[in-house]
Design a protein around this ligand. Structure first.
Ligand code: AMP
Ligand code: MG
Length: 319
């Protein structure tokens, strides 16, 4: 049967509609503060299978589970003081914790059959209100085709997945704009698996210990991280100084006269938070032009700039 995707404004009535769909094992496009998610109930194998199929995502890349509050999230994992402290400091918010799984009702497909699970408590009002209607966590990867740019608006989700899901809740533009920071707490050493708005320095300050980068750890612990990702259709060239003929330009700071259209600035005032919020939206806009590729100016590698650079590096990887 052909599905026709509806976009509904995220208000009380439509959140109930979304919650009823989720209870019935349907998949919904959901706003979060990081990027839009493709959500389904985390305790049902068939639902999770649908998420992977809709995205064309390999089954060995586990999903993040979203909870209404810290208590519910911590209840589903084996946790220690470190998790408690990070939860207290950063939840609700754009932080994902990986730890050994405790709840046996979570679909094994959602965790790619690992003995660990990734959990987070989002701060976005719409998904919070939606979770309040449910007695299960929502498993949600980003609502885009696998490997492509993440969506930061309901329209982006529609462009990516139209007529593959019944409903997209429109909660406006995602305020952070890049995916959550992922911290692995399943071992003695704390490892940052993905950079995000919350930096490793922020985590170190709370835990009062140094944390490792995934590249410092011998075995690749987090499937799904070492591949092409976040890619527009056009090739991306990073750390560019000049625009080549027929290239689109994505700058940081005021754009000088020598740059021709299409050209956009991630942040005219060189604010990294604003740049993160604009990153996927502007890559999408440039990607729509008749250009040979997108050149991106160097972005400072500090604060959320580290997360931006991580995404751009993968976006620029040859297919
Ligand atoms: P996303 O790709 O945004 O859906 O984020 C999910 C990512 O979280 C996966 O690609 C993994 O890198 C990471 N992740 C999720 N669950 C686990 C887990 N159990 N162990 C390690 N990493 C995980
Ligand atoms: Mg994703």
């Amino acid at each position: 049967m052909q599905i026709k995707t509806k976009i509904l404004k995220s208000n009380k009535r439509n959140i109930i509609i979304a919650s009823e769909l989720l209870k019935k094992n349907k998949i919904v496009g959901i706003p979060t503060e990081t990027v839009y998610g493709l959500g389904g109930r985390a305790d049902n194998d068939n639902t999770i299978k649908k998420i992977f199929n809709i995205k064309n995502r390999p089954f060995n890349t586990p999903l993040i589970l979203h909870y209404k509050n810290s208590e519910c999230a911590l209840n589903d994992i084996f946790y220690d003081e470190r998790a408690k402290e990070l939860a207290k400091e950063f939840w609700p918010g754009p932080l994902t914790l990986v730890s050994k799984i405790k709840n046996k009702n979570i679909s094994k497909l959602a965790t790619a059959n690992l003995n660990t699970v990734a959990v987070r408590v989002p701060s976005n009002k719409s998904i919070k209100e939606l979770l309040m209607q449910l007695d299960f966590p929502i498993a949600a990867p980003s609502a885009n085709r696998y490997g492509k740019l993440s969506p930061t608006s309901a329209e982006d989700v529609y462009d990516e997945l139209k007529n593959k899901i019944p409903l997209i809740l429109d909660g406006g533009i995602s305020t952070v704009g890049v995916e959550s920071t992922i911290i692995d707490l399943s071992n003695k050493k704390v490892v940052i698996l993905r950079h995000g708005c919350i930096s490793s320095a922020d985590i170190e300050k709370v835990l009062n210990c140094s944390i490792k980068k995934i590249s410092d750890v011998k075995i690749l612990k987090s499937p799904g991280l070492a591949i092409n990702h976040y890619q527009p259709d056009k090739p991306v060239r990073i750390n560019a100084k000049k625009q080549r003929t027929n290239e689109g330009w994505l700058g940081f700071g005021k754009i000088q006269k020598e740059f021709v259209k299409p050209s956009l600035s991630l942040s005219k005032k060189r604010c990294l938070k604003e740049a993160a919020k604009n990153l996927y939206k502007m890559l999408r806009l440039l990607d729509r032009n008749e250009i040979i590729g997108i050149a991106v100016q160097k972005i400072p590698k500090k604060g959320i700039g580290i997360a931006i650079n991580e995404r751009l590096f993968k976006a620029a990887k040859k297919k």
